[in-house]
Design a protein around this ligand. Structure first.
Ligand SMILES: Cc1ncc(COP(=O)(O)O)c(C=O)c1O
Length: 373
């Protein structure tokens, strides 16, 4: 977390029914809307991302509604399990955890839905468990080409503020985000950007909801208040973080992460290791998942790097446990942080006795030097 954000959070907690709070809340909401690239409604819950997942389903759908979801990785699988527990009928397209959502598969599934029984398509934009980014505009085009009325729900928990994402332009109905990744904040805030169509759907959606209900939230937010106690200090942080993204300029933020993603992939290839992401047009610029050679334990490597260099790499989740490690390059990140990160990995590979070719760091530095301006 940047010092600016930490210092903003350290301000005194004010009366959340008073005028100073109303100004803070409106500025935080407006700043967040700019990050979602929307002129529509934005909601901020005191919750983790999982809460915002649940809120997206219960505000828009009714018991037994069919939802089309895709097995892109661990988080898509968790979201699917939640949808099933809430009483939705999930059509789960199987996947190999190395690819994103294929817009052609969306087209085929929609063509098979002659009765228009699919009420929503729910997609994880950036699968944090695999380092794969799905092509949301292609999914939107598939819906439009089929003239299908399903709502489009997108999880941008690890892409928002790091990878290009446009709620309005891409015709997304509910975008789900949260505070602790590209927004450079501690955990504790869940976000939605909501289309007019989704607000319309909420009027008849019959899944039970109370805490997550958009209606009282949007009504109170209009004057800068909340229907219950908000996470006041995190809102100071959110206002500061969105100001920082605005100052840098979103296109520059996305370009910074794209450059770090490419430098990281060059390092991985130079080490002779394999990227988990199989399709170059789906490489994530927020994180890179790396397969360790067969017979090697990725968690042992992670432990060595933690013990020797005090650097914590992401673990393999679900079926990827022990097979991969993940290098995060999202949020508040610069060239020298990446250089340090990759150096820690290269030294760790040697310490842990994982077979690799030295030179990954040099390859990344060459690329960073050639593209710095
Ligand atoms: C893509 C994605 N979706 C959902 C979640 C769940 O969010 P949380 O842990 O904040 O509840 C995560 C968490 O890392 C995530 O990466």
């Amino acid at each position: 977390m940047p010092d600016r954000v930490l210092r903003a959070i350290a301000q005194p907690t004010i009366d959340h029914r008073g005028p100073a709070f109303a100004r803070l809340a409106r500025e935080a909401i407006d700043g967040l809307a700019r990050v979602f690239q929307t002129s529509g409604a934005v909601v901020i819950y005191p919750s983790s991302g999982t809460g915002a997942w649940e809120a997206s389903l219960v505000n828009t759908l009714s018991p037994g509604d069919k939802v089309l979801m895709f097995e892109t990785g661990h988080f898509a699988t968790l979201w699917k399990a939640m949808a099933a527990r809430l009483g939705l009928a999930v059509e789960f397209v199987p996947g190999d955890w190395r690819h994103g959502v294929d817009p052609d598969v969306v087209t085929t599934r929609l063509a098979g839905d002659r009765t228009r029984s699919i009420k929503a398509i729910a997609v994880v934009h950036n699968e944090t468990s695999t380092g794969v980014t799905s092509r949301v505009p292609g999914i939107r085009r598939a819906l439009d080409a089929a003239n299908h009325p399903a709502l489009l729900l997108v999880d941008t928990i690890s892409s928002l503020g790091s990878i290009d994402y446009r709620h309005d332009e891409w015709g997304v109905d509910v975008t789900v985000g949260c505070s602790q990744k590209g927004l450079m904040l501690p955990p504790g805030l869940g976000f939605h950007a909501i289309s007019a169509k989704a607000i319309g759907a909420a009027k008849t959606a019959a899944l039970p909801r109370s805490y997550w209900d958009w209606e009282p939230m949007l009504k109170d937010n209009a004057s800068g208040f909340f229907p219950y106690t908000p996470a006041t200090n995190l809102l100071y942080g959110l206002r500061e973080a969105t100001a920082m993204l605005q100052e840098e300029g979103l296109p520059n933020v996305f370009a910074r992460h794209a450059r770090h993603g490419e430098a990281t992939r060059r390092a991985v290839r130079a080490w002779g290791l394999e990227l988990l992401a199989a399709n170059p047009c789906e490489y994530s610029n927020a994180l890179t998942a790396v397969l360790v050679p067969p017979g090697q334990d990725a968690d042992r490597l992670r432990q060595t790097i933690l013990d020797r260099f005090d650097m914590s790499l992401g673990t393999g989740l679900g079926r990827l446990k022990g097979k991969i490690f993940r290098i995060g390059h999202l949020g508040d990140f610069n060239d020298l942080m990446l250089a340090g990160t990759l150096s820690g990995v290269e030294m760790g590979l040697a310490s842990a006795g994982v077979p690799f070719r030295p030179g990954g760091v040099t390859s990344a530095l060459d690329y960073l030097a050639a593209t710095s301006h």
